[in-house]
Design a protein around this ligand. Sequence first.
Ligand code: ATP
Ligand code: MG
Length: 478
Amino acid sequence: MFSKFKKPDESKPALAAVPKTAAPGLSAGKPVTKSLMRALPAKVAEAAPMDKEKKRKERLSEIKLELHKALLDNLNLAALEKATEADLRQEINAISTETLEQMGIVLNREERQTLNQDLYFEVTGLGPLETLLKDDSVNDILVNGPQQIFVERAGKLQLTDVTFKDEKHLLRIIDKIVSAVGRRVDESNPYVDARLADGSRFNAMVPPVAVDGSLVSIRKFKKDKLAIDDLVRFGAFTEEMAAYLQAAVATRLNVIVSGGTGSGKTTTLNALSSFIDNSERILTIEDTAELQLQQTHVGRMESRPPNVEGKGAVTQRDCLRNALRMRPDRIIVGETRGEEVIDMLQAMNTGHDGSMTTIHANSARDGVSRLENMVAMAGIEMPIKAVRSQIASAVNLIVQASRLQDGSRRMVSITEITGMEGDVISMQEVFRYQRVGLTPDNKIIGHFTATGVRSHFSERFRLWGYDLPTSIFEPITG
Ligand SMILES: Nc1ncnc2c1ncn2[C@@H]1O[C@H](COP(=O)(O)OP(=O)(O)OP(=O)(O)O)[C@@H](O)[C@H]1O
Ligand SMILES: [Mg+2]
């Protein structure tokens, strides 16, 4: 029956080997079946009419779990990769019919169809991760070995009840994802970055480097990226700050969004890009293409790691150098994290103003140090003062994003770089988030305020037609 896809390995008792006359659930070597059979009759018997629908759903999901385990035990997964959809559906149908028969479970036609469809997705999709990927309230999915899957919702991490059958099952899903993009992950090459078919960012690390089972991190791709209005509505920043940022982007200041991991840097960068005029030619460079610009004239580039022979790498720096020959009006680098910093600073300093990027840092000052370090790490031997003056003349604005302890994401500071004073880069904070306390349920109390300084770029804004009212720079008192 399972001719094409059945495992050659007969060490595990196949379901077909169980005598059909055996009492349901008592078949040896199938604890999964047993657990289901213990639970099922009781549930069916107890079901009150109003609970019927709920119970039916529960029962179906339990059956699905059992059947999925049966499928994994019985299908030859290697052959499955090459199977046609029709073959696979037929095979799943056959296995599920036989398994249901052995379990003594009778389903109606519709239930059977739903079940088989779900199983098909289980086998062809990303298994237990599918439901989490489809859940729009989930931002991140974090797998710590087969039995522990966390998700991040609204800035908070939560443990889910979703699990993989075992490490082998988890590895199979990882392998499926990375092989789809022509990568490999194994003991000799234990970590990998990839992009899922839906655009989500994916990273995996497998044992033995991952000690307690494979580690997977997924940043879900949001089809509808948060726009400026959404961010204002969610309290990430104020309308006044948005007006200021609009002036900054439209008048081509070079902007860096700084922040910790998952603080909302990419989201902020994406939202800021909406202030770029539609007539401009924008080139974006990313390690994993996440940005979704609304403009018409956008060229997107994605760097590429080396292949298994260690060849064919295209770095962000390669993309950036090439981008400079592609007549860009603006260059947006998703995240500056290495040697591309040199070309980024040079581009910002030599006519490609209005460029934007993000960096991983905890404050504007820290962001500048990060840039200095990246320059040093890139092997450029330049006196620190020269590096700083490059940075000071390249970068105009640092926007600091932060995920606060209550899960809220806010733009905690907007800082202008005003030049050099001696050896030191001078900067002034224009807006900040002022924390004042904590509610009993640990929500942060605070408000945004201007710091009272006059923007270094006021005159520029005015000349470009962005005459911001002075009131937006007045601090909130009291
Ligand atoms: N102000 C906000 N309010 C609510 N959700 C937000 C906000 N900003 C970002 N998010 C959500 O938080 C998640 C992380 O955001 P984002 O990818 O922008 O962070 P990041 O700082 O670029 O992360 P990484 O360091 O991993 O690149 C996303 O799912 C995004 O939709
Ligand atoms: Mg990011």
